[in-house]
Design a protein around this ligand. Structure first.
Ligand code: HEM
Length: 475
């Protein structure tokens, strides 16, 4: 993508009085792409394929290189697909081709009865009381991160993307996996980055629906990461089985134990070894990379909006008198900046489904077998749904304005029965990490540097986000 395709940010930190800063994003296309152009852009960075009409119309429909597609952006249409007629929509072919080689058939990719059984089995781990019991670990890991970063708050460049990946990985393994995953966060981080980078870059063969047996270059490049996942998962399962079989051993009631002991209430049949493994990889992948991206984008936006950063820091001082479990509901500005970052840069920028039977959405006919796209990225910047959609305005998420936002206009975690199971976990975690960091550290972008959103399954800053840190005066 050339720089002329982008909205370029000012070179240095914008003073509060300057023209409002417009966070970096590809400019919507003004003309439709040719078939080849669409395929190239989709491969390079899918978030650059959207046209201005996608951000203006409630629903778009037409033939593309990937077949017939219907893009749904109206809240009523989204509700129709994700809630009211949800049984007519399944995860689509292309999405499964990207996700399944690494993540197997886990909660994210399963359908029908196997999805229902896995969701039922895992739901107790994400009940509000259980997630709240994880808050102590979230707080401890965030404080350790703040201490680590404070030691470098001397003008050094710090790779914030790596630091966020590390802290979210540590929180995930300590809570959901009771520390049963060995290997460093860096190893897993590298494996997931390589998997997302390669498998997430759509192969032209997949776009053309070529048979799965034809080798794909991106799949070959992702193979070492897939092998790494398979080997680690085998070790993790074997160790936990041995622990469960040891008389008198104390076995944690975490995701591993729940998966290994799961039994269908009707048949008594448990999950297969492959399903257990797939869910382990799914939860590691879905559970830390997304939140790490959300936090990186939040820190980037705060660096560009010093007033908002100062407001979050003030709240973080107040937070010291509260139990961290109460922070999510009592730090409105901290939560609002995270939600505004999730709006502008949704970590899961595109959700897609295939229609099983003919349907009609907002008066537009949808044929059986065709693809329906619901893009949180488009919906969150839609001209009909948001004022100043491309600008950072965290106030829109402060009460009482927040109550005016349509449930189906803000969908960073999806909606309906397949809504993100980790939503509450992620929001507690993001608020706790951010408050701990903002309390002690000022974040700034190096002069003249910026990042752009790059879609590789998730939406991340590109290049990796490097920032300058300074100790807050009152620390
Ligand atoms: C900011 C962080 C996160 C974002 C933005 C996010 C986003 C999403 C979205 C949009 C979906 C729905 C996908 C669809 O409808 O096709 C989803 C599903 C899912 N998420 Fe998250 N997620 C986040 C954090 C987490 C965490 C922390 C976990 C686990 C600890 C997690 C585990 C999952 C799983 C397993 C699913 C599949 C649920 C199902 O189909 O039943 N996510 N996530």
């Amino acid at each position: 993508m050339s720089i002329s395709d982008t909205i370029s940010p000012p070179a240095a930190l914008a003073p509060a009085t300057a023209r409002p800063y417009r966070p970096p994003a590809p400019l919507p296309r003004t003309k439709p792409l040719s078939t080849l152009g669409f395929m190239v852009a989709l491969r390079e960075n899918p978030v650059t394929t959207w046209g201005i009409w996608n951000f203006e119309k409630p629903i778009t429909s037409g033939k593309t290189a990937l077949g017939h597609m219907t893009g749904v952006s109206s809240p009523a249409g989204i509700r129709h697909v994700m809630v009211d007629n949800v049984s007519n929509y399944v995860k689509d072919r292309l999405q499964l081709r990207v996700l399944k080689p690494g993540l197997g058939t886990g909660l994210l990719t399963a359908e029908g009865d196997s999805w229902k059984a896995a969701r039922r089995t895992l739901a107790p781990l994400f009940a509000p009381r259980t997630v709240e019991s994880f808050v102590g670990t979230m707080h401890g890991k965030s404080r350790a991160l703040a201490a680590r970063l404070l030691a470098r708050a001397d003008g050094d460049r710090v790779n914030i993307s790596d630091e966020m990946t590390r802290v979210t990985f540590e929180i995930l393994t300590d809570t959901l996996f009771s520390d049963a995953i060995d290997g460093t966060p860096e190893e897993f981080g590298r494996a997931f980055t390589s998997y997302f980078e390669n498998q997430g870059q759509l192969s032209p063969l997949d776009m053309l629906n070529a048979p799965a047996w034809i080798p794909r270059l991106n799949r070959m490049r992702a193979q070492p990461a897939i092998t790494f996942f398979e080997e680690r998962v085998k070790q993790i399962i074997a160790r936990r089985r041995a622990l469960i079989a040891t008389p008198g051993a104390s076995v944690p009631r975490d995701i591993l134990t729940l998966l290994l002991e799961a039994a269908d209430p009707e048949t008594g049949v448990g999950l297969s070894e492959a399903e257990v493994g797939a869910n382990i990889v799914t939860f590691i992948g879905a559970g830390h990379e997304t939140t790490a991206n959300a936090l990186s984008w939040t820190l980037f936006l705060l660096a560009k909006h010093p007033d908002a950063q100062a407001a979050v820091a003030r709240e973080a001082v107040r937070a010291e008198t509260m139990a961290p479990v109460d922070w999510l509901d009592n730090l409105p500005m901290t939560r609002a900046v995270i939600e505004e970052a999730l709006r502008l840069y949704p970590p899961a920028p595109t959700l897609s489904r295939m229609a099983l039977a003919d349907d009609e959405i907002d008066g537009v006919k949808v044929a059986a077998g065709s693809t329906v796209i619901i893009s949180p990225y488009v919906v969150h910047r839609h001209r009909m749904l948001w004022s100043e959609p491309d600008y950072f305005r965290p106030e829109r998420f402060l009460p009482p304005a927040r109550d005016q936002i349509d449930r189906y206009a803000f969908i960073p975690f999806g909606a309906g029965p397949r809504v993100c199971i980790g939503q509450r976990f992620a929001m507690h975690e993001a608020v706790i990490v951010l408050a701990n960091l903002a309390r002690h550290i000022c974040f700034a972008m190096p002069k003249g540097e910026s990042v752009m959103p790059l879609q590789r399954i998730t939406l991340r800053p590109s290049p990796r986000l490097e920032m300058l840190l300074a100790r807050r005066a009152d620390t």
